[in-house]
Design a protein around this ligand. Structure first.
Ligand code: HMG
Length: 392
């Protein structure tokens, strides 16, 4: 039996901030962002678009009615949770109309969470082959105004349907994880934005990559030669490029090195326009690769490097299934270009707005007509989500 990714969906917010505008407003050389970080734009989410609505939207875009009856587990991986107790997955389960006899829960370890969720989903399908598991990575990355991380913010969700006989990628049995207790990036419960040791975090990312990759090669007798592409966690694409250079095997034929570099370029196209979406970033890179590379074929192996601050890293691989391209979109870049551009003032107002509750814990919201799902109100401290009806 093969198990893997049967479908992948993506959702982001309707607003975009151009980094050229942010650079001008902050008095930074725009090339520092476009060349130094390899970023162009960031998705900006309003108050009515949170990890639940993004997760529901990414999933709704791929699921049939039958699949909603077959899914028996919904996992949302996130580090921007909206409640300390109730899992975002429970809201998402309801919004999507998934059959009731399902297990729904949230999982967290910074940007690594979705990788753990995929592994758990795989084990579940191994035990219960008719099951389908919906794994969603949904996050809003908010560092705050005038912080070093500001140009690397973002918002988005990736939904992956995990099943037997998958139509996109088959998981290989080759995971290697590494945990190290470090304080490179963390967000205490009392803070809406993370604390970041920026330079240290990049060193931890790169060192986790190097050491996990060495262990992976040792355990599975695999080298870069075995892979058509490597996807990386993308806090910002330039760091992943450094990662690729770190593990590049200079003894590989030039043609193969070129293919890996070309595929890397394809894997960063979406992130360059969306920013960091934390848990979903690695899989947004994978989606970008699959939808934009013209040199991949069935059977090709793709290596994935997951990194979550704190820190947990993992390397694993998956193999392409014949006909995988039929499950993908050809219009994603055009759709991203349809987002509404915000001025820096609008971004500051919209992205950092907080719900203003009355004494009973009520607030109602508007302006979500263009969203698929929305946080419509908070009533007595309960978040009320709706599917937005579209007038035809
Ligand atoms: P910074 O202030 O942009 O740092 O902050 P910098 O001064 O080192 O500049 C960045 C690059 O721009 C450098 O290139 C400069 O040379 C270049 P590099 O030396 O690295 O190749 N540069 C220019 N290039 C062209 N023209 C210019 C110019 N000026 C400078 N004029 C920092 C960078 C990472 C610290 C900041 O963005 C930050 O704090 N980000 C947030 C933390 C982060 O993303 N860390 C990444 C690793 S941790 C991780 O991946 C986990 C995470 O996703 C969270 C989670 O797991 O939940 C973050």
């Amino acid at each position: 039996m093969t198990i893997g990714i049967d479908k992948i969906g993506f959702a982001t917010s309707q607003y975009v901030l151009k980094l050229q505008d942010l650079a001008e407003a902050r008095g930074i050389d725009p090339e520092k962002l476009s060349k130094g970080l390899l970023l162009k734009e960031l998705s900006i989410a309003p108050l009515t678009e949170d990890i639940v609505t993004l997760a529901a939207s990414a999933s709704d875009s791929i699921l049939t009615e039958q699949e909603r009856q077959e899914i028996d587990m919904v996992i949302v991986a996130t580090e921007s949770g909206i409640d300390q107790s109730k899992a975002a997955a429970v809201f998402v389960h309801g919004l999507l109309g998934i059959q009731p006899f399902a297990r729904s829960f949230e999982i967290k370890e910074a940007c690594y969470g979705a990788t753990a969720a995929l592994h758990y989903a795989k084990l579940h399908v191994e035990n219960s082959p008719e099951s389908k598991v919906l794994v969603i990575a949904s996050d809003i990355a908010k560092y705050g105004m005038n912080t070093p991380g500001e140009p690397t913010q973002g918002a988005g969700a990736i939904a992956m349907l995990i099943s037997k006989d998958p139509r996109i990628l088959i998981f290989n049995e080759d995971n290697v994880a590494q945990t190290r207790d470090v304080m490179d990036f963390w967000r205490p419960n009392y803070s809406t934005t993370p604390y970041v040791n920026g330079l240290y975090s990049t060193q931890q990312y790169l060192d986790s990559l190097k050491t996990t990759w060495l262990e992976y090669q040792k355990r599975y007798q695999l080298t870069l030669d075995d892979f058509a592409a490597v996807c990386f966690h993308l806090p910002y694409p330039k760091l992943a490029l450094k990662g690729l250079k770190k593990i590049m095997d200079k003894s590989l034929p030039q043609e193969q090195q070129d293919q890996l570099k070309e595929n890397f370029e394809k894997s960063i196209l979406y992130s360059q326009k969306v920013g960091n979406i934390y848990t979903g970033s690695l899989f947004l890179g994978l989606l970008s690769l699959l939808e934009n590379s013209d040199n991949l074929k069935a059977g090709d192996k793709i290596a994935l490097f997951s990194y979550g601050s704190g820190a947990v890293a993992e390397i694993f691989s998956a193999s392409l299934v014949p006909g995988y391209e039929k499950q993908l979109s050809q219009t994603r870049l055009e759709e991203l270009d349809q987002r509404q551009a915000l001025s820096v003032e609008e971004y500051e107002h919209i992205f950092f707005a907080e719900a203003e509750l009355d004494a009973e814990g009520n607030a109602s919201f508007s302006g979500y007509e263009d969203q698929n799902f929305a946080l419509a109100e908070i009533a007595e401290h309960q978040r009320k989500y709706i599917k937005v009806e579209k007038s035809s």
